[in-house]
Design a protein around this ligand. Sequence first.
Ligand code: UDP
Length: 238
Amino acid sequence: MKLNSFKRILIKISGEQLAGEYEFGVDPKIANFLAKEIKKVVAGGCQIILVVGGGNMIRGAEVAGNGIKRVTADQMGMLSGLINSMCLTDIFESNGIQTRCLSNIYAEQVAESFSFRRAEKHLEAGRVVIVAGGTARPYFTHDTAAVSFALELDAEVVLKATKVDGVFDRDPAKYKDAKKLESITFDEAVSNNEIKVMDKAALGLAMEQNVPIIVFNPMKNDNILKVAQGNIVGTLIN
Ligand code: UDP
């Protein structure tokens, strides 16, 4: 199956993926690899929005307790995403990619504030836009933020980065004979508890608004480029 190539895409990367072989923080090897891969896509004229999670530092539900409110813990999680985004912005720029970090949480000394118009302006100028700060609301995730920003900024597709090559019928880490699925419906993704690609709020929003999601592994040479050119490298959810 081949889709049309995309003009504007949103890529969602988890904090855990950015940490690579470390348990915490950012692995510069991963970040530099992603920069080089994204540079190829930008060179082809595709506009890129990036959302980076914060799970390599803080997940609100795990940190809450012992006097720390859930709301505060979630805000800490969103700030972790901002730290990752600041880090990626510099690494992308050092690779010669014009990049702007726009924060959805007020943090004007470290990043421009997110607004739809500002993001549009940067995208039209060919800059990569990294949107940080999640939805700015507790009890959500960066996956939900990613789908929401894809809608707001008219991205044609959400590319959800994973460590494996897509969605499998069973957990590929546990079952050697797990089969990769070329495409699944939103209904299957939501109702099958074996499939844990995104949280249900994110999937529900994408389903309701008809935003296709491609689950794929960005850590293989040219994979992001292939997906941007409309090749189904991983699994299409629509
Ligand atoms: N978070 C939040 N609202 C959002 C996005 C994230 O409260 O809109 C918090 C939540 O506590 C979450 C943490 O930030 O556990 C880290 O985000 P996430 O787990 O989505 O990161 P990822 O798994 O993508 O690295």
